[in-house]
Design a protein around this ligand. Structure first.
Ligand code: FAD
Length: 106
């Protein structure tokens, strides 16, 4: 599969930026579609061992899709799960919107 570092950084950028621009209050259709997107993403993410663990995470921590706040928090926790697994520092999820709503810089 592609380099998991570059792929991971690009993918987290997409996932967190999607969460940061998700409706503040999502309709039932939006909630259903976001759940489907996460499930489909977890099926086809082209780092198979990453995807396998992500599927396990989704099974134990159901994606929270009711609102931007909930989705962003859920995504941050999912990312932290990977950070811990890789021995990286955990990110303070109180800062996720600040990190991902406006800036593309790192
Ligand atoms: P990244 O972890 O890519 O983070 C990018 C930026 O996001 C950081 O600089 C920081 O500003 C911000 N950030 C960090 N943590 C959070 C958070 N919790 N919430 C919000 N923002 C945050 N790699 C593996 O080697 N093994 C795996 O099993 C694995 N599983 C993955 C599963 C998924 C679903 C994804 C998308 C990626 C996975 N990766 C995995 C890749 C890994 O998570 C990193 O992307 C990669 O190691 C590069 O790390 P990085 O230090 O550049 O920053």
């Amino acid at each position: 599969p592609p380099d998991s570092g570059a792929l991971g950084r690009a993918t987290w950028t997409l996932l967190h930026t999607m969460a940061a621009n998700y409706p503040e209050t999502a309709s039932l259709e939006e909630q259903r579609d976001m759940k489907m997107f996460i499930k489909t993403f977890a099926r086809f993410y082209p780092c198979w061992w990453c995807a396998k663990d992500f599927r396990k995470y989704i099974a134990s921590q159901e994606p929270q899709v009711e609102s931007r706040e909930k989705l962003g928090w859920w995504m941050c926790m999912a990312h932290n799960e990977v950070n811990v697994k890789l021995g990286k520092p955990e990110f303070d999820c109180n800062n996720w919107l600040k990190r991902w709503k406006t800036g593309w810089d790192d």
